[in-house]
Design a binder for this molecule. Structure first.
Ligand code: FES
Ligand code: FES
Length: 167
């Protein structure tokens, strides 16, 4: 059993975990942060996406012990005030979900994606490198392609992200 200390949603948490415990299982089963979902448990669906120091990762592929001292943000921590995060509100306005199982991962991923885009990170469909590409539907779809939605709410998801990107 290893002791690991992380800052999770702004609060320092210390927990004892076996070395093989994933960050996803640590969040859900040890810390009761069940907003982060387990879909495939093998890095294929994005339901488990959280932010580590602002970067999106699949928490099912990460071992909790690797994250000593890091800043983790889950869907429970994305809103900075009592108000919802702008993406949470936009997902509601644009019908960006049906069952909601993928939604936590979609929103955390979109937050990370917008930060990547803001510093000019290209995607596989970016035509001109070296400048911040316009966030077209194709760019959003490509950049969010690691997050699957079995309900097929993709049009609403793209519209919600596009709206927030323009704010
Ligand atoms: S549960 Fe992690 S990618 Fe599917
Ligand atoms: S809203 Fe059901 S899986 Fe996306």
């Amino acid at each position: 059993m290893a002791k690991v200390r992380m800052r999770i949603n702004g609060r320092v948490r210390t927990l004892g975990v076996e070395p093989q415990v994933s960050l996803l299982d640590a969040l859900r089963e040890r810390l009761d942060l069940t907003g982060t979902k387990k879909g495939c448990n093998q890095g294929a669906c994005g339901a488990c996406t959280v932010l580590v120091d602002g970067e999106r990762i699949c928490s099912c592929l990460a071992l909790a012990v690797q994250y000593e001292g890091r800043e983790i943000t889950t869907i429970e921590g994305v809103a900075e005030t009592d108000l919802a995060h702008p993406l949470q509100s936009a997902f509601i306005r644009h019908d960006g979900f049906q069952c909601g199982y993928c939604t936590s991962g979609q929103i955390c991923s979109a937050i990370g994606m917008l930060a990547e885009h803001a510093v000019g990170a290209p995607s596989a469909v970016t035509e001109h490198l070296g400048s911040v590409p316009e966030l077209t539907d194709d760019e959003i779809r490509e950049r969010m392609s690691g997050n699957l939605c079995r309900c097929g709410a993709y049009n609403g998801i793209v519209d919600a992200i596009k709206e927030v990107a323009k704010l």
